[in-house]
Design a protein around this ligand. Structure first.
Ligand code: 5GP
Length: 172
């Protein structure tokens, strides 16, 4: 895998994650915050983000699959791992790496709403609004990007590149 261009640097990531953390801290000041991290891509973002949220919180993990080993969406979402805990009555913040067509989070939102949380919001590090196929507006978004296939900061290309500290475009 070759990176053709770095579009978001490590410094830019750090600054934006701190801003998101400060905003979430404000918004959830009197609420019990329960973070759901979507594996595997959002793991690095979530780890950085929760340390910028100056509130007590809980975390849990879910794993969904919509892509397999391709860079195109199939529209089919499978749940590979569910939560350990019940979320009824809790203030849920879903943390995702990137929203593309919106199909994955739209499925997830329906799935979680059935469990009757007190509230449900979405925080994504990256957003590609031009690719959206369903109505989905993240409540918190790190950075909007053009329609590139990107890797790094948790995002992979065939399971490679998650460890890169920046967001880069893959040379195809
Ligand atoms: P959606 O259901 O919104 O189309 O897709 C969301 C998922 O697709 C993300 O969680 C991510 O796994 C994958 N995805 C979408 N765009 C990209 C991208 O540019 N790079 C990588 N590595 N994954 C992407």
């Amino acid at each position: 895998m070759e990176i053709s261009q770095i579009i978001i640097t490590e410094d830019e990531i750090r600054k934006r994650v701190a801003e998101l953390g400060a905003q979430i801290t404000e918004d959830y000041r009197d609420k019990d915050l329960f973070i759901i991290c979507i594996l595997k891509g959002a793991s690095i973002f979530m780890a950085d983000l929760i340390r910028q949220i100056k509130l007590p919180l809980e975390i849990d993990f879910m794993s969904l699959s919509s892509y397999g080993a391709s860079t195109k969406t199939s529209g089919v979402v499978r749940m590979l791992r569910d939560l350990d805990r019940e979320i009824a009555g809790k203030h849920i913040l879903v943390v995702e790496d990137i929203v593309d067509t919106g199909l994955t989070l739209s499925y997830l939102r329906e799935n979680l709403m059935v469990r009757k949380p007190a509230s449900l919001k979405i925080c994504t590090f990256l957003d590609k609004p031009s690719r959206r196929q369903v109505e989905l507006h993240p409540d918190y978004c790190g950075i909007e990007i053009e329609d590139y296939f990107v890797v790094g900061y948790g995002l992979d290309f065939n399971e490679k590149g998650r460890e890169l500290p920046y967001i880069g475009v893959v040379k195809q």
